[in-house]
Write a protein that binds this ligand. Structure first.
Ligand code: FPP
Length: 254
């Protein structure tokens, strides 16, 4: 029997909900190819899938949703595709931000947005400013983001602050590094989902996912196929894992 949304939702709600979910939204291009459509049609469908995942996250009471929307490596794609992705981002924010704001969603950005086209920068800034004080779901959009670049930037800031005596060398801890990353102040992800059956991390949140549970979908589930039901199933898989953080199983999670 195909499990219904309500059934899966109730199951998810019966166990602890992850606080922070990170997602690598992979497979838009392959989805488009499979349906004999241009790649951009896949990205467009990807935005539709994203809308459902955001609203489900909000309903479930997830606190942080971190999305890999555009990596530092994605600039290598054909100019048309890069422009189309930026336009989709602008369109998404223009269309959705008011509704997201009504639902108390907070939009936040990871990565260096300085290199984005001006229209994208403006919309992103507007969305962040408008939703800054919201206390509901925080959606972190990784844009022109690469984890190694983020770590490098953090190291440089730490060195600068030590040099200028704002930070003492002996006070540098693992926590300090976390604080200097773009995700400073945000707890590490509890789970990371990657769609389309690729088993890679692709320079995403390398420092933050030390103890994150990784969930990979089947290779026939491209990002546009990632329905709310598939999302709930992924969370159920996470909820079935026993997190030991390097210690022994205490049985508390069973
Ligand atoms: C991966 O598919 C997806 C991306 C590189 C971009 C993800 C972007 C969106 C879902 C839409 C834009 C974002 C927002 C926040 C509105 P792929 O192109 O790598 O697929 P492939 O591996 O099958 O080629």
């Amino acid at each position: 029997m195909e499990k219904t949304y309500d059934y899966l939702y109730a199951l998810v709600k019966s166990k602890p909900i992850p606080v922070h979910v990170a997602i690598i939204m992979d497979g838009n291009g392959r989805w488009a190819k499979k349906h004999k459509l241009p790649r951009i049609a896949g990205h467009r469908r990807g935005v539709e899938a994203l809308r459902d995942i955001i609203s489900t996250s909000s309903e479930l009471g997830i606190k942080y949703l971190t999305l890999y929307a555009f990596s530092t490596e994605n600039w290598k794609r054909p100019k048309d595709e890069v422009n189309a992705l930026m336009s989709l981002l602008v369109e998404f924010l223009r269309k959705e931000v008011a509704e997201l704001h009504r639902n108390s969603v907070k939009i936040y950005v990871l990565g260096d947005i300085g290199r984005l086209p001006e229209a994208a920068r403006t919309e992103v800034q507007h969305a962040m400013d408008l939703t800054r004080a919201n206390s509901g779901l925080q959606v972190n959009i990784a844009l022109n983001y690469g984890s190694r670049a983020e770590i490098l930037k953090a190291i440089k800031s730490i060195v600068q602050d030590v040099t200028s005596k704002r930070l003492a060398f002996d006070d540098i801890t693992e926590q300090t590094i976390s604080q200097y990353l773009d995700t400073g102040g945000i707890p590490d992800p509890d789970m990371l989902i990657r769609t389309s059956g690729e088993y890679r991390i692709s320079n995403f949140l390398l420092y933050q996912i030390a103890y994150t549970e990784l969930v990979f979908t089947d290779k026939n589930v491209f990002w546009p196929d990632f329905t709310r039901e598939k999302y709930l199933e992924a969370i159920i898989e996470y909820q079935g894992r026993v997190r030991r953080y390097g210690g022994l199983d205490t049985g508390e999670d069973d």
